[in-house]
Ligand binder design. Structure first.
Ligand code: NAP
Length: 298
């Protein structure tokens, strides 16, 4: 038997339909969701990501701003642009496409974004909120890729409660927040990384495996417990230049119960959750402004 293929494209279409509906209601009330995307430099992959994000915004009925700056754009000028967008009421979310050129301190840039507009969920205030959990986490923004992974698990009825989840990778963008989200969902979580001596010893015990490494065939059939759910975050190129993930899809498929393909799994969900976070940011602004109107009236 082959694993059920968890279809990120289909789930994205469904969620984006809901997002577009909520966005149209907000727009009718004078709060069209707005996302500003900034890209610095000439990275071809960044250009593709940004183009996809801007198109997804248009399709969902969002207002979007796309600002592109040359490779030698000064950090101070970038911080000035972020300050202006922080103050712009038409902008509910700000995303600075990473990686940035080496002369720019990415952490300083991320920390300059107002936490209420940090729809990537990378600001230390949002990362801290996720760590604290509970009401703090609900008020913050979750990083889009792990947030999308949680939705993919939900879509196949995989409740992490009581399960053993292994996350391979500990980046601030994927691995660490993924582990926090699984922990909040009551999984027992193991985080593996490049210094983990025997990766397979951990993955063989896992009911859920999330692989976010950036290396082909990091997870192969003999490393997977029969019936496990496998999410593949990796994005790599195979020898023919075709997009592939970190998981040996053909090998693992007869062992796992459900797994994401690459492409068409986690990737589309990342942009969908970016839209979701931006929508939520706009809805919070709308709720605050209608509460203000109510308090002025009463
Ligand atoms: P990253 O910052 O390079 O982190 C990679 C992680 O993998 C690190 O924690 C590293 O450990 C660990 N690692 C490296 N070699 C390993 C090994 N042999 N065994 C176990 N762990 C190992 O990358 P990232 O930003 O998290 O992204 C990971 C992958 O996901 C990339 O392919 C990226 O393109 C992809 N990605 C996809 C999406 C999407 O939307 N689909 C979004 C984001 C990222 P150390 O910490 O010890 O170095």
């Amino acid at each position: 038997m082959s694993a059920t293929v968890i279809d990120g494209n289909q789930l994205s279409r469904q969620l984006r339909g809901d997002i577009a509906l909520r966005a149209s209601r907000l727009a009718a009330a004078g709060h069209q969701p707005g996302l500003a995307v900034i890209v610095v430099g000439d990275n071809p992959a960044s250009k593709v990501y940004v183009r996809n994000k801007v198109k997804a915004c248009a399709d969902a009925g969002f207002h979007s701003l796309h600002e592109a700056y040359p490779d030698d754009f000064a950090e101070a000028a970038l911080l000035d642009r972020i300050a202006a967008l922080n103050a712009d009421p038409a902008v509910h979310g700000i995303l600075v496409q990473l990686p940035l050129p080496v002369h720019i301190d990415a952490n300083r840039v991320i920390e300059a974004i107002a936490p209420a507009k940090d729809v990537d969920g990378f600001h230390i205030a949002n990362a801290g909120a996720l760590m604290v959990g509970g009401a703090a986490a609900a008020a913050g923004f979750k990083p889009c890729t792990p947030y999308g992974c949680m939705k993919l698990l939900e879509s196949v009825g995989c409740d992490p409660r009581g399960k053993h989840a292994v996350v391979i990778g500990r980046s601030n963008i994927v691995g660490k927040p993924m582990a926090m989200l699984l922990l909040q969902a009551h999984a027992t979580v193991t985080i593996c990384h490049s210094a983990t001596p025997d990766l397979a010893a951990h993955t063989r015990l896992a009911d859920i495996v999330v692989v976010a490494v950036g290396r082909r065939n990091t997870l192969t059939a003999e490393m997977v417990k029969p019936g496990a759910v496998v999410l593949d975050v990796g994005m790599n190129r195979d020898d023919d230049g075709k997009l592939c993930g970190d998981v040996d899809f053909a090998g693992v498929s007869p062992v796992a119960s459900a797994m994401t393909p690459v492409p068409g799994g986690v990737g589309p969900m990342t942009i969908t959750m970016l839209l979701m976070n931006t929508l939520e940011a706009a809805e919070r602004v709308a709720r605050r402004s209608s509460a203000n109107v109510e308090s002025i009236r009463s």
